[in-house]
Design a protein around this ligand. Structure first.
Ligand code: FEO
Length: 170
């Protein structure tokens, strides 16, 4: 069982994870307009990953006897600038999500809600990976700058991203 306050906080996070999915889908479409199919594919996989984050939290709220309250999803931007700026924005966004997960963990600790602390630990670890993945892409992007050949090489590498693991169906 979770408190009403925790239920609302988790519902808010479900909304933020939905927004993340929405934003990455918008970025994927934008990357296609730049003629960078590998970047677009990476962002599409990131969209899938965020959907998995949503579903995992959605299931947890219900497993704990809580109610899911789905709210309106904010409209994402349409233009994300250069390939480097896209990934700078991605890092900024993931750092923001990390801060949201940390706030949720603070609440779980404050409420002595051990089950939610254990549940959130997965997201804490996931955020380390999310930020590291983006930093790994930012490093070569900063190196190549505007060089078209360099960008094409990175595009090919991003096209090789593995699809996220599917969650077991309930
Ligand atoms: Fe769900 Fe990218 O954090």
């Amino acid at each position: 069982m979770i408190s009403e306050k925790m239920q609302e906080a988790l519902n808010e996070q479900v909304n933020r994870e939905f927004f993340s999915a929405y934003m990455y889908l918008a970025m994927s479409s934008y990357c296609n307009t730049l003629g960078l199919p590998g970047f677009a594919y990476w962002m599409r996989m990131q969209y899938e990953e965020e959907n998995m984050h949503v579903t995992k939290m959605y299931d947890y709220i219900q497993d704990q006897g809580g109610e899911v309250h789905l709210k309106a999803i904010e409209e994402p931007e349409r233009n994300y600038g250069t390939p480097l700026e896209i990934f700078e924005e991605t890092l900024k966004h993931e750092q923001y999500v990390t801060s949201l997960i940390n706030n949720l963990m603070d609440l779980a600790v404050e409420e002595r809600d051990y089950a939610t602390q254990t549940f959130l630990q997965w997201y804490v670890t996931e955020q380390v990976e999310e930020e590291a993945n983006v930093n790994d892409i930012l490093a070569p992007l900063r190196m190549v700058g505007d060089d078209k050949g360099g960008l094409m090489m990175i595009d090919q590498q991003l096209a090789g991203r593995a699809a996220p693991m599917a969650l077991p169906t309930k």
